[in-house]
Design a protein around this ligand. Structure first.
Ligand code: MN
Length: 224
């Protein structure tokens, strides 16, 4: 089973599932061409084979010409939850991280147009780089504020996770209506505005304040 390192611990967390929230920030909905007043968040899944731990290079899939970064707050769940209320949702948070929902935008656009699923755009190997998990409860999460991404030292995405359309406990409540949340589930909670393409050789630095840090090198293609 894939695992995620836990900061300050030698024992990693087994990862059960990667559940992603789409369209959870108004400015990102706007940049994707949607009316933010009518934007409704939604869910999709990535396989756990998408997980790319800190220290591993990211490789763009051969079949895409535009791979975008999406920096996201990541939440870990430590219990089974079904039809949870807000307080049960808050209590289920056991840690947080910063991650990247890497997206083949051209393939996603084509899938949307053809009414096909998103797996090739969103679920490819290594499409979910993630920092080590910072153990903490909801109160600890609330002490943090800003997720950011810099590409080659230049900030491209920066926002307070407080600007989410569905706040973290709300989205856990919503999710638990449709799927039974389980210990080891990782929630990628949506990206703010500023998504953009990466190219081989780029260095991506994602942060949640000074609490979580993820550094990813975009691999250069192998020499022929
Ligand atoms: Mn995303």
């Amino acid at each position: 089973m894939p695992t995620l390192a836990i900061a300050g611990s030698n024992t990693p967390m087994p990862v059960a599932r990667i559940i992603c929230i789409g369209r959870n920030y108004r400015e990102h909905a706007r940049e994707m061409g949607h009316d933010p007043a009518r934007a409704t968040p939604f869910f999709f899944f990535k396989p756990t084979s998408a997980l790319l731990p800190q220290g591993r290079e990211f490789t763009c899939p051969w079949y895409s010409h535009q791979v975008d970064h999406e920096v996201e707050l990541v939440i870990a769940i430590d219990r089974k939850l079904q039809n949870a209320n807000l307080s049960q949702a808050q209590d289920a948070i056991c840690g947080f991280a910063v991650g990247l929902d890497m997206t083949c935008r051209d393939i996603q656009r084509e899938a949307k147009a053809q009414g096909r699923p998103w797996e090739l755009a969103k679920g490819f190997d290594g499409s979910a780089p993630c920092s080590a998990l910072q153990p903490g409860r909801y109160a600890d999460l609330k002490a943090t504020d800003t997720i950011s991404l810099s590409v080659n030292g230049k900030i491209t995405q920066q926002a307070s996770w407080r600007d989410m359309i569905w706040a973290v406990p709300e989205l856990i409540v919503e999710l638990s209506r449709y799927t039974t949340l389980t210990p080891g589930d990782l929630l990628f909670t949506g990206t703010p505005a500023g998504v953009g393409p990466v190219v081989p050789g780029d260095i991506l630095e994602a942060k949640l304040d000074d609490v979580c840090h993820l550094s990813v090198v975009v691999a250069k293609p192998a020499a022929r």
